[in-house]
Design a protein around this ligand. Structure first.
Ligand code: FE2
Length: 191
């Protein structure tokens, strides 16, 4: 008990959350209101939040971890989020899996039952958020295709994201399958 997980959202860091949202709205997707998070220094827009998982567009508008991430790694996929019932049990069970607890977790665990996992070479963080119940259902982000080393399959299984993240050949472009529509991450970054 305590170690089951369901996908929650896929977060992409973009130069303009509003422009990326408008790009997706043209396909008929349900776009939420833009929300400013001053403490994190972000402007955030959820796309299809009513589904079992959503796409989260994040824009770094001020100082904070997302502006730092933008400076270090540039725009693109930032994190893959999952919901769990017991964050501590879930993270404890990952000992030896290859995932490392990101130092930001000290702050986020105290504030919001949230931990971040990282792995050098893996192109996204994993956000683990504690919930009172898990809501399985039809995902909006059905697939995330990422250029990954073969060893990443084991990492993805460990965090129960192997059903959603597909390894693409090295050098290929990250892309998202959104309710049956293939959208390159670059299209959101360049919107
Ligand atoms: Fe998130």
């Amino acid at each position: 008990m305590g170690t089951e997980a369901t996908p929650s959202h896929v977060a992409v860091l973009v130069p303009s959350a509003r422009r990326a949202a408008a790009y997706l709205e043209a396909f008929g997707f349900a776009v939420g209101a833009a929300e400013a998070w001053d403490e994190e220094g972000t402007l955030e827009v959820y796309v299809e939040r009513g589904r079992s998982n959503a796409l989260l567009l994040m824009e770094a508008t001020g100082p904070g971890p997302y502006r730092d991430a933008l400076a270090r790694r540039g725009p693109g996929l930032h994190h893959l989020a999952i919901d769990v019932l017991d964050v501590e049990a879930y993270v404890t069970a990952l000992a030896g899996s290859g995932w490392l607890l990101h130092p930001a977790s000290l702050r986020t665990l105290a504030r919001s039952r949230t931990a971040f996992l990282a792995r050098p070479g893996f192109p996204a963080l994993i956000e683990v958020q504690g919930r009172d119940e898990l809501e399985p259902g039809e995902p909006f982000v059905a697939r995330v295709s990422l250029p990954l080393e073969p060893a990443a399959e084991r990492l993805l299984r460990a965090v129960q994201l192997h059903g959603i993240v597909a390894a693409a050949p090295p050098g290929s472009e990250p892309s998202l399958s959104l309710a049956g529509r293939e959208v390159p991450v670059r299209a959101l970054v360049e919107a």
